[in-house]
Design a binder for this molecule. Structure first.
Ligand code: GUN
Length: 281
């Protein structure tokens, strides 16, 4: 079994990004990321501070705009419009989830698609599905980067994506389809999950259910990519796959923590760098 080390790969990518940042300096360009964080969800605060720290590490300019959960939708929209017009900002990210009184779709559609480094705007989603150049959502993009690094060929492979969210499952399926894989997407209405996972060469799971994927649900030598991050009552972090038993059966597997998680942030930096490099042109 080979462990897919997301921490190591993300460090390598961040080093490459730092070098690119240095080469942009003489051109007067410092990549800039703006993050909007609404409310006091502890997980969102943790994610945003990790993103901020990574920006500093690679030499990006970054701002975090914190807003109370009593904020109105129009006030958020005004802030985004200001960021759209700010030439120092290359990427804009609205940390999700937003409070219930805010229409998330409306908010995401206000972000300039050229600054949509999270890849959540329908313009980028549409282009992604069409196989055109687009900002792709960072978590599925990080998974693709892992396949590339570990030379895992996707062409013609049977891949089961467990979970059909807009952030993970749907863009993951589009990226895999663009790489010529045969993709099955399962979700909470799927009648018999294991009948699909058992047939797959690769299982990619991101649903937020601890140990949903068990050893008897995959074939011998399967590849398991675990996007889940769940905090147990004991405080332990676990994924959506039962790592202990699966690691004995799989050819490749990602750990949690230290797997897909760090790759998500590395891809956010990569997307922001890509947006900044367009300033040169
Ligand atoms: N909430 C959970 N995952 C994400 C993500 O990748 N981006 C944003 N903006 N919010 C999230």
């Amino acid at each position: 079994m080979t462990l897919i080390d997301g921490k190591k790969l993300s460090n390598k990518i961040e080093d490459e990004i730092s070098k690119e940042v240095e080469s942009l300096k003489p051109k007067g360009i410092v990549p800039g990321l703006a993050v909007i964080l609404v409310g006091d969800d502890p997980a969102s605060h943790t994610y945003v501070s990790m993103k901020e720290k990574s920006c500093k590490k690679v030499g990006f300019y970054s701002i975090v705009h914190k807003m109370p959960d009593t904020i109105t939708q129009d006030e958020i929209i005004e802030t985004i419009e200001m960021m759209n017009n700010n030439p120092r900002i290359d990427g804009i990210l609205v940390q999700l989830p937003l409070p219930k009184h805010i229409d998330t779709t409306k908010i995401l559609e206000v972000i300039d698609p050229k600054k949509d480094v999270d890849g959540f705007h329908p313009y980028n989603m549409g282009r992604l599905v069409e196989g055109l150049d687009a900002f792709a959502p960072c978590t599925p993009l990080g998974v693709m980067e892992m396949f590339k690094e570990y030379k895992i060929d996707l062409e013609g492979k049977d891949i089961c994506v467990v979970g059909a969210s807009n952030i993970v499952g749907k863009p993951m399926a589009a990226l895999l389809l663009n790489a010529n894989a045969t993709v099955t997407v399962t979700h909470i209405y799927t009648k018999d999950l294991s009948s699909h996972t058992k047939k797959a060469d690769i299982v990619i799971v991101g649903v937020g259910v601890p140990s949903l994927i068990k050893e008897d649900m995959v074939k011998d030598e399967a590849i398991v990519i675990d996007i889940g991050i769940n905090k147990l009552e004991s405080g332990k972090l676990v994924g959506d796959a039962d790592f202990e038993t699966l690691s004995k059966k799989c050819s490749y597997i990602t750990p949690v923590p230290g797997g897909v998680g760090p790759m998500t942030i590395a891809m956010l930096l990569k997307n922001t760098l890509k947006a900044a490099q367009r300033r040169v042109k």
